[in-house]
Design a binder for this molecule. Sequence first.
Ligand SMILES: [Zn+2]
Length: 283
Amino acid sequence: MGNDGGSIPDRRDLVRNKPKAEQADKANQTRARWFFCALSKRKLQEPIVSCALGKLYNKDSIIEYLLDKSAYGDGERICGHIRSLKDVKTLTLTPNPAPPAPENAAPSAERAHFVCPLTLKEMNGLQPFVYISTCGCTFTQAGLKTVSSTQSKEAETQLDVCPQCAKKYSRADDIVALNPSQEEEDDMRANMERRRLLEPPKKSKKRKNTTPEDPEPPSKKQALPGMNPTIAAASRAVVSGLAMEEAKRKAGMSDAVKSLYGSADGKKRKETFMTMGTFTRYA
Ligand SMILES: [Zn+2]
């Protein structure tokens, strides 16, 4: 390498290995995202679910998390946006018809377990994959685009039909990218928050507006003995009001603040696969 008086090392000699290491790290991250549960870091095993941000999880890990939010140390960071099983969709996946790699093969030679039913491309991170949030069927983005573009285009508003199960979906609203890029993920998160603002609050607004004299709802509430229905309704209203405010605050966050959060996230992303929070549990 030099420094023995015979030659002078230049930059290429000194940093030669770096890009290779980065490449390996990227490959590891890709493998982690497509072969392992984003929450438990265990191998993905059906039933597999995905969220509004397109991450892949084992359904049992999500159930575990929902029952006990501290079951995974960094669970809140990874899937704090999952409030119930209604926020995830079980994916309909197509098993890879190719024979699995031999037992002793290197992990990087591992075969994807699933393929796109339209193109038979493997789901290994090399091709963008999407799922339809109404039915959970999973395809390559390209495959689904090809099929849906041949469907009738009479009206933009017309719903498409899933090529696998024939359930209807909206091309604009119901296609979710799996393991999206950071920018895509940011957009998807913003969309998710916007959608949630439109959701009716858990305890309907109707109750908030009902006066104590209103004969119908109180009679229902009196079913709870020992509870003053008016106070109960008022506290519920306060809680849902606070939740709405919080949601509004998040949605109204200025771009500057968002970009701050974005870059903080970006930094986290750069952690290597091996140092990433929960991975040690798997190792
Ligand atoms: Zn389908």
